[in-house]
Design a protein around this ligand. Sequence first.
Ligand code: NI
Length: 136
Amino acid sequence: MRVTVSRRAHFNAAHRLYRPHWSPEKNEAIFGKCNNPHFHGHNYELIVSVTGEVDPETGYVVDVKILKDYIKSEVEDAFDHKNLNLEVPEFKAKNPTAENIAIVIYNKLKLVLDPHLDLEVTLYETPRNFVSYSGK
Ligand code: NI
C-alpha cells in the first residue's frame, strides 16, 4: 500500500527578481514589487510530501525524524535568513521565483532521499500564492 507522508517547514528569505539585460521599465513591468533593487523578504511555507510503500516491519513510508533532518540540512540551513540571490549558489544566475525555489528544493531532497520514494514539494510564497513540483 502506497501512502503519502508530509512535513511542513518554514523559512524566511530575501530575494529580487530581475533580468540584468532588461531595461528597468521591463523588469518593473514583469516582476513588479519583486523587482525592488533593495531586495525584500518572504515568509516561505514548505510542504514536503513523500509517497511510497509502507514498510511491513516499521509501518513507516519514511521515518519523519530523518525527513525533518533532511529538510533542516538541505533547505532551512541553506535558505533561512539568507539573501537568495547573493548567498545561495543555485540562484547566482537563476531568478529565485517560487517555481525555481521549488525545483531547487526538490533536486536537493531527491539526492538524499531513498530513490524508491516519490517526492512532491509545495512552496507558499504568500498565503495565497503557492507552487508545486514533483519532478515531471
Ligand atoms: Ni518577492
